[in-house]
Structure formats: C-alpha cells, structure tokens
Design a protein around this ligand. Structure first.
Ligand code: ATP
Ligand code: MG
Length: 196
C-alpha cells in the first residue's frame, strides 16, 4: 500500500522546536506514516553567511528527531554535490519512494519563495505542498496552482535558527527553544560562538 511521507527540508542551523512542532502537526493532520527531515547541502538562499558544517546540522537533526518513531533524517541533500535545489531533493526521494505519496512541508516564509524557485511546475508534479503558518509571516496562496498546496495553521512558535545563533553568540540561553540534546551538541562543538 502507498505510504504517506512528509518531507521537511531546511538548513537546520540549528534545528529548533518550530521545525519539530510544524512537522508533528502536519504528520497528525495529514495522517503521515513518516516525516523525513532533509538538511540542505550548501544552501543557495544563504550565500550571505557561513552555514555550519553539513555533518553538524545533520547530527543535530538526528539528535532532535531520535525520540519520535515517525521522524527520520535523510542525507540525500548533504551527500549530493553542490547547492541544494528543492527539485533535486524531491526527484531523489521520488526515486527512492516511487509508489508513495509525498508531502513537502514548508513554512510561510519559504512558501512565499516557491514562485522564485527553479522549475516550479515540476515541483508540484513531484509532491503535494503543505504550507504552515509561522509568526511574523503572512501565509497566502496567491498565484499558486490550485489543488497543489494546502495551507494549515500550526501552533505559533516564534523561534528561528537565526535568533538561536544570535543568542548563543551573545551568551544567552537557548534551552527550551531547541531540544536539550541540541543545546548540548552546540556547546560540545562550540557552534555559533563569536569569532575570536
Ligand atoms: P534561518 O533563520 O537560519 O533561516 P529558520 O528558523 O528559518 O532558520 P530553516 O532551516 O530556514 O529555519 O527552515 C526550514 C523550514 O522550516 C522552512 O520551511 C521554514 O519556513 C520552516 N520553519 C522554520 N521555523 C519555523 C517556525 N517557527 N514555525 C513554522 N515553520 C518554521
Ligand atoms: Mg529560514
């Protein structure tokens, strides 16, 4: 029988409770068998700043999702050479799961950028898109092909990785914004500390 698989792409630098709540909510609402978190390779939208090593972002995502039997993490993007395009993520996962239903989960801010993505028409043939609310961003479906995107409200988590990085750099706590194991991983690896 076809399985229903969610795909949660992101830089996850670091992964935080906003990502986890969004994935959990979509898993329940869409009755997904599994949600696969996919940390990006070199993210093309983030050329303005240094992104943490893929292996660190991957491991933090593994730590954060380990306790949920429906969550898993894929290396497809970090193992592919070069910049990550969502279309490549979806093509690769489509090839791995040819008979399953794919749901690509994206926050309101990322959804707004869908129209600027490369080969947007192909994206909608590869997966159903689920746009979730995110504090500070307006979720709108204007100009999106009808039927290809579902917009849903998820519990508001005003958390961003950018803010978590700034907090660590300033010596402020990130406890309860990110899972405990991620707090410990950040500290162990000295991530986001200010330049010496
Ligand atoms: P950064 O500040 O570095 O951009 P981020 O917090 O936006 O980090 P990303 O890794 O860029 O996290 O986001 C991955 C996906 O998760 C995107 O689709 C984004 O819209 C979504 N997302 C991130 N934070 C939230 C949140 N608090 N609520 C809902 N969706 C979120
Ligand atoms: Mg972001």
């Amino acid at each position: 029988m076809a399985r229903r698989i969610g795909i949660m792409g992101g830089t996850f630098d670091p992964v935080h409770h906003g990502h986890l709540v969004a994935a959990s909510e979509v898993q329940a609402r869409f009755d997904l068998d599994e949600v696969i978190f996919v940390p990006t390779g070199v993210p093309w939208q983030k050329g303005d700043r240094e992104v943490s090593a893929a292996e660190d972002r991957y491991l933090m995502t593994v730590v954060a999702t380990a306790s949920n039997p429906r969550f898993s993490v894929s290396r497809v993007d970090i193992d592919r050479k070069g910049v990550t395009y969502t279309v490549d993520t979806l093509r690769d996962l489509r090839a791995t799961y040819p008979d399953d239903e794919l749901f690509f989960i994206t926050g309101a801010d990322a959804l707004e950028q869908i129209l600027s993505w490369h080969r947007v028409d192909e994206l909608f043939t590869l997966a159903h898109f689920v746009g979730v609310t995110r504090p500070g961003y307006h979720l709108k479906d204007a100009h999106l092909p009808s039927g290809s995107v579902s917009l849903i409200e998820v519990p508001a988590m005003a958390i961003s990785s950018t803010d978590c990085r700034k907090r660590v750099a300033a010596g402020d706590p990130v406890w309860y914004l990110v899972p405990d194991g991620v707090v410990q991983y950040i500290s162990k690896r000295g991530l986001y500390a200010p330049e010496q």
